[in-house]
Structure formats: structure tokens, C-alpha cells
Design a protein around this ligand. Structure first.
Ligand code: PMP
Ligand code: GLU
Length: 394
């Protein structure tokens, strides 16, 4: 079989691959603890499920408008005003099958072959693959734990060339949990003001999973509204990963381009999931406090426990539900007869010797680190770290 060069060179999603491997091992009877996939372990709130059930009974079953139901787009516009102080018309909003499709639509609508796309590292796995599909060139801006995994204005300036078309920005960040302050946003905005050809994708999907500080929206940085594509969705905040609803809010020509793209690929998003999302958008943010409070406790638990392991260097994640220790201390060492050359080897060691699934930092452009998702129970977190400690202290 001759598949296209495009698909042959596309990397697989390492978050999904690790989750699939953990699931497979679990099914074969192994006592796997999966800290790989970033997905809330809560049920979708009852009021959202009720809206979906009502929609089924009201016979929502036909194709939906490509950009999303009008009343959903209105509800999203109201949410953006309420939570983010951002003023968007419904015509600037496009609802998609997950934030993932919203991001892919945007990249494919903006990036020409050879255009450079800036990826502050660590970055979420799929950004780079989307750029590759659009035949753009990913330019990584590296960071380390010493800068709390955040880029500086000087680093941004140095990475920009006349070919730069797009900057991916994600705060709270997957995988580092870092959150940029309003001042930090504004300082980056000052650099971008000098380069009007650059668009910004602001991935705000973890905005509500926040423990310290305040989130800020890139579109609120002075002079950035016309160049920013705000991306969000319901997967994380409302425990709705499988429902597959995300959206963009953007300048109208970009929204129109994404609608055109989506009209040829998938059409409008699932009707029932869209009706349920209206309930999520209209609910006060306090309706999900119980989940955020649980994540906050688990963050303290896992960071305190991991800090006790020799060779684990941690930042203080302020948001999202990941912790991203630098484990480069182990590179070059041999553990249980295995030589550890890199983070992938280390992540594999943990999987095979302790049955704890993590994701290698290579997937996120940060090859010294590994990612733990702590969207799981306290007991599983304790047991996972205990196993790792026993292995590494032996
Ligand atoms: N952006 C980031 C940073 C993510 O971690 C994820 C993971 N789900 C997504 C986007 C995509 O989310 P969705 O489930 O809405 O496709
Ligand atoms: N975003 C989640 C993660 O990073 C889900 C997996 C995915 O969509 O890649 O684990």
C-alpha cells in the first residue's frame, strides 16, 4: 500500500498513544496506573447531561449549521464577555468537534507552505503536527524549569523572522501548568506590535483549572484583538472530553475561513453535544468549583510527593492538571539493567518497572522532562509515586 507522504511523515499523538498502551496493558490484567492522559476523572455535571437528554427527546437529530447553532454561538459570546471581558459577535464564533479541530481549522486556514510558526516549549503535542500538515515550519522557543517554563520578550523577539506567521500561546499550559501574568502577556504584546504580520492562537482551554493568580486572554492585550484567535472548549472545565465540543472566537475573515474548512471536512458539530454545551456556557463558573478544588488538592499532593524523589526537579504548576518534572538527573544512569539515555527511556522504565504510565517530555518539545496527569484519585496518585520511589531509591 502506498500511503501519502503527508500521513507517512505525520507523528502519532504521543498522549493518545501512551493512553492506548496503558489501556491495553490494563486489559491484559496488569495493575496499571495511568497518569498519562489529560482528562478529568469526574462525571459530566448532571445539569449538562439533562440538557443533552432533553435535546434527544426534542428530536435534535438533523445536520447542524456548519458554524454551530446560533443560540450556542450567542451563549459563547456571552461567556466570553462574562469570563474574559472579550466582546465578540456570534458571527465571529465557530463551534468545532473539540478544541483540537478548532486549532486545526485555524492552522490550515492561516499557514502557507514555508511559513514559520512559533511554538514556545513545552507545547501541547498536536500543535507541531498541525503545523506539519499545513506544510509550515515549527520554530521552537525553548524554556527550562528555571524560567518556570515561560518565554521572555527577548526570546520571542529573537525567534521572529519575516517569515513568521503565527504564535501558539497556551496558558495555563499543558504540560507545565505555568500561567503567564497580565504583565507578562503585555510585555510579549509589545514585541508583537512591531511585527503586524503575526497572528496569535491563544489556547485557553485550561482557563478555569487555575489555583493561583488570574488568567488573562491574549485578545485583551492592547492592539492584539484583531490578530488573536481565542480557542476554548468544554472538555476540561466541564469534564466533557468525549462530547467533542470546542470553539474559536476570531476576527470575522478567520472565522469565515474556518467555517469553509469545516464545511468540507466534518460539517457542523454533533447536535446533542452542542445543545448540552449551551447549558455549560450559561452555568456560573462556580458550578465547577468542586472539580477545581479537588484538582488543587491533588496538585499539592503530587508535587509534595514527587519532590521527595531524588533527582526530580519540579516547578510549581499554577493551573491545568499536569506536573512536569525535569528528570535529566537520570540520563546516563542504569536502572534495573536499563540504560536511561533520554526522557522516553525514563517514561518507558516507569511503565514497565512500576506500571505507571506517564508521557515523555519529547512529545512536548522538552526532552529533559516527563509529564504526569493528576486528574485521578488521591489513592492512585499516592500508590503511583510510592512505586516510583521504591524503584528509584533501590
Ligand atoms: N489544547 C490543549 C492545551 C489540550 O491539552 C487539549 C487536550 N484535550 C486540547 C487543546 C484539545 O481539547 P479538545 O478535547 O477540546 O479537543
Ligand atoms: N489534551 C489531553 C492530553 O494532553 C488529551 C489527549 C489529546 O487530545 O492529545 O493528554
Amino acid at each position: 500500500m502506498t500511503l501519502s507522504g503527508r500521513i507517512n511523515s505525520l507523528p502519532i499523538s504521543q498522549t493518545l498513544a501512551m493512553a492506548a498502551k496503558a489501556r491495553e496493558l490494563k486489559q491484559s490484567g496488569k495493575d496499571i496506573i495511568s497518569l498519562s492522559l489529560g482528562e478529568p476523572d469526574f462525571n459530566t455535571p448532571t445539569f449538562i447531561k439533562a440538557a443533552a437528554i432533553a435535546a434527544i427527546n426534542q428530536n435534535y437529530n438533523t445536520y447542524t449549521p456548519v458554524a454551530g447553532y446560533d443560540d450556542l454561538r450567542e451563549a459563547i459570546a456571552k461567556k466570553l464577555l462574562r469570563d474574559n471581558e472579550l466582546s465578540y459577535k456570534p458571527s465571529q464564533i465557530v463551534v468545532s468537534t473539540g478544541a483540537k479541530q478548532a486549532l486545526a481549522n485555524t492552522v490550515l486556514s492561516l499557514v502557507n507552505p514555508g511559513d514559520e510558526v512559533l511554538l514556545p516549549a513545552p507545547f501541547w503535542v498536536s500543535y507541531d503536527a498541525m503545523v506539519q500538515l499545513a506544510e509550515g515550519v515549527s520554530i521552537t522557543i525553548p524554556t527550562t524549569i528555571d524560567s518556570n517554563f515561560k518565554i521572555t520578550p527577548a526570546q520571542l523577539e529573537a525567534a521572529i523572522t519575516p517569515k513568521t506567521k503565527l504564535l501558539f500561546f497556551n496558558s495555563p499550559n499543558n504540560p507545565s501548568g505555568s500561567v503567564y501574568s497580565e504583565e507578562e502577556y503585555k510585555a510579549l504584546g509589545k514585541v508583537l506590535e512591531k511585527h503586524p504580520q503575526i497572528y496569535i492562537i491563544s489556547d485557553e482551554i485550561y482557563e478555569h483549572i487555575l489555583y493561583e493568580g488570574k488568567t488573562f486572554s491574549f485578545a485583551n492585550v492592547p492592539n492584539m484583538y484583531e490578530r488573536t484567535i481565542t480557542v476554548n472548549g468544554v472538555s476540561k472545565a466541564f469534564a466533557m472530553t468525549g462530547w467533542r465540543v470546542g470553539y474559536i472566537a476570531a476576527p470575522e475573515p478567520i472565522a469565515k475561513a474556518c467555517i469553509k474548512m469545516q464545511g468540507q471536512f466534518t460539517s457542523g458539530t454533533n447536535c446533542i453535544a452542542q445543545r448540552a454545551t449551551i447549558a455549560a456556557m450559561e452555568a456560573p463558573v462556580s458550578s465547577i468549583n468542586y472539580m477545581v478544588e479537588a484538582f488543587a488538592k491533588r496538585r499539592t499532593l503530587i508535587t509534595d510527593l514527587l519532590k521527595e524523589i531524588p533527582g526530580f526537579k519540579l516547578n510549581n504548576p499554577q493551573g491545568a492538571f499536569y506536573v512536569f518534572p525535569d528528570i535529566s538527573f537520570y540520563f546516563g544512569k542504569t536502572i534495573r539493567g536499563r540504560k536511561i539515555a533520554n526522557a522516553s527511556d525514563f517514561s518507558m522504565l516507569l511503565l514497565e518497572e512500576t506500571l505507571v504510565a506517564t508521557v515523555t517530555g519529547d512529545a512536548f518539545g522538552a526532552p529533559e522532562c516527563i509529564r504526569f496527569s493528576y486528574a485521578t484519585s488521591n489513592d492512585l496518585i499516592k500508590e503511583a509515586v510510592k512505586r516510583i520511589k521504591i524503584l528509584l531509591e533501590a
